[in-house]
Design a protein around this ligand. Structure first.
Ligand code: HEM
Length: 524
């Protein structure tokens, strides 16, 4: 049907197609063109976004290859495998995108370089909005999760009050000894039983120490319902957080917490449990305040802090609630979990237990309570404590830090505001200095001369972390661990229940405790 005609403008021949076909053809041509343009635009945008993403990731120290949007989320699981998954491939430090960039440090020398040599650069906490929703009573309050001037003031005030109460001196030691006497009474009352669960005697002994310091009173074994409830609620919270599939998702995509129902299960459910934990602390504070006298010498932390409020604008009731909660939860679950591990390691390793008891009886005898002055005469006991803390390795994640300015580590630039995870857990179970690290062998810490500890191993045993933000309760914890361990082994032989083996599986929780199990506790 087409007729060739000269073109009116150019004189060239054009094809005259049917008036219906021409518009259709031009339409499909323009649709095709549009599609090509669209595909080209989309491709260009994708390439641009990819270039931008990989230019962004190149700013950080190298690590496992991140996927756009997901980062390394598909490789890291927030459970037992943790972030150290790539430690063997990247020696010492690497970036994991979860999907925000996080620096994982798995080498002791690098943790030391960062937290000691450049301590100020890594002093801030990484406050994730979702975890803040759950864990904090007031924004940037207390000691564990705060940053900046408020952290400095809260930590300084808390440590100064604890020093006034004798932390690092005999007064605190006497408090610990009082609680240990009660604990030994408790064990004595259970003598003759075929087996006992040492969890509650240990938990009450440790909780009583911090309880007396903070609120000024002691629990008795027959009257500790409040404490048992607190511990159960706290355990329930930790268990809920560890087993939640939605919470890590909400941490990465915080908008989830605003979605009805989903937000409740992801965040609010845990926040409600944490409120109950706070209520315990508030009730105890209110009880302590009934005997408060602004003129009198303070006898507990709540009184001392309240007296200091008038001269310091950073000290207020909200921060007091948060600080007491920080010290109460950090101060009892950690030490008691370590001591529970100690009992299991010693039950499993009888020759090492005998050697420990021999030193205790030789230096302290069988009658009097152990004292801190005994410690420097007890090399094997010191080695035992290091080995217990190293092998128990209870904090599966160290508390996260953040750079507050751009800095350098091992020749890499570490940008400002980067999340930092110093993996003390990985160091204590993997550093090559610890030969056969999963074996319980306190002897490893003793030098060839048999008269001193091996400094290279002691340095790498870092359960309290290191640097300006290291554990604020380390001094108290070391007193508790030494006095409680020696008093127990001085009086009792710890054995497995006949017919049962000791289960040393670590629970995959933030505080990696052992499985609850019974032991035979025989007087010596
Ligand atoms: C065996 C027992 C304990 C272990 C293994 C332990 C471990 C730790 C670790 C690893 C940190 C984080 C440090 C960092 O960010 O680098 C920490 C912080 C903290 N611990 Fe402990 N801790 C123990 C006992 C205690 C006790 C008894 C108390 C209180 C009396 C306590 C109070 C604190 C506080 C308040 C912080 C926060 C410090 C800050 O952010 O400035 N801890 N602890």
């Amino acid at each position: 049907h087409a007729e060739c005609l000269p073109s009116s403008q150019s004189g060239q021949y054009i094809c005259d197609v049917s008036p219906l076909v021409l518009p259709l053809l031009s339409l499909s041509l323009s649709t095709l063109n549009m599609s090509i343009v669209l595909v080209a635009l989309i491709s260009a945008s994708i390439i641009y976004a990819l270039l931008k993403f990989y230019r962004f990731t190149a700013k950080f120290p190298p690590g496992p290859f991140p996927l756009p949007f997901l980062g390394n989320l598909h490789q890291v699981d927030f459970g037992p495998r943790q972030f150290s998954l790539f430690a063997k491939k990247f020696s010492g430090l690497y970036t994991v995108f979860v999907p925000i960039p996080m620096l994982e440090i798995t080498d002791y020398a690098l943790i030391k370089e960062a937290f000691i040599d450049h301590g100020e650069d890594y002093v801030e906490r990484n406050q994730l909005p979702v975890l803040d929703d759950i864990l904090t009573y007031c924004k940037n309050g207390g000691v564990i999760n705060s940053s900046g001037d408020n952290w400095r003031e809260q930590r300084r005030a808390a440590l100064s009050i604890l020093r006034d109460f004798g932390m690092g001196r005999n007064v605190m030691e006497e408090k610990v000894q009082r609680s240990i006497e009660q604990y030994l009474c408790n064990l004595r009352a259970q003598e003759g039983k075929a087996s006992i669960n040492m969890r509650w005697p240990i938990q009450i002994m440790v909780a009583n120490i911090i309880n007396e310091v903070l609120f000024g009173y002691l629990y008795t074994v027959d009257d500790c319902d409040g404490l048992v409830k607190f511990v159960e609620q706290f355990d329930d919270l930790l268990q809920g957080i560890a087993s939640s599939a939605l919470l890590p998702l909400a941490t990465v995509f915080p908008f989830i917490r605003r979605i009805p129902i989903l937000g409740y299960y992801a965040v609010q459910k845990h926040a409600d449990k944490m409120r109950k934990v706070y209520q315990y602390v508030i009730d105890n504070m209110d009880r302590a305040m009934k005997t408060y006298d602004p003129e009198a010498e303070p006898t507990n932390f709540v009184h001392a802090y309240t007296q200091r409020m008038s001269g310091n604008s950073y000290l207020d009731r909200d921060n007091l609630i948060q600080t007491c909660t920080d010290f109460f939860s950090a101060g009892q679950e950690t030490t008691s979990t370590t001591l529970r591990w100690a009992m299991l390691f010693l039950a499993e390793n009888q020759p090492q237990q005998d050697r420990l008891r021999e030193e205790i009886h030789r230096v302290i005898g069988k009658e009097r309570l152990p004292a801190m002055t005994d410690k420097h005469n007890m090399l094997y006991t010191q080695a035992t404590l290091h080995e217990i803390q190293r092998l128990a390795n209870i904090l599966r994640y160290n508390v996260f830090r953040k750079t507050h300015k751009s800095t350098e580590l091992a020749g890499h630039t570490i940008p400002e505001n980067m999340s930092i995870h110093a993996d003390i857990h990985y160091v204590m179970w993997n550093d090559r200095h610890f030969v056969n690290p999963k074996e319980y062998r306190p002897e490893r810490y003793i030098s060839e001369d048999g008269a001193s500890l091996r400094k290279d191993l002691v340095d790498r045993t870092i359960p309290f972390s290191i640097g300006k933000r290291s554990c604020a309760g380390e001094g108290l914890a070391r007193v508790e661990l030494f006095l409680a361990l020696t008093a127990t082994i001085q009086h009792y032989r710890i054995l497995p229940v006949p017919g049962h083996t000791i289960d040393l599986t670590q629970q995959p929780l933030f505080i990696g405790g052992p499985i609850d199990q019974e032991l035979r506790v025989v007087p010596v």
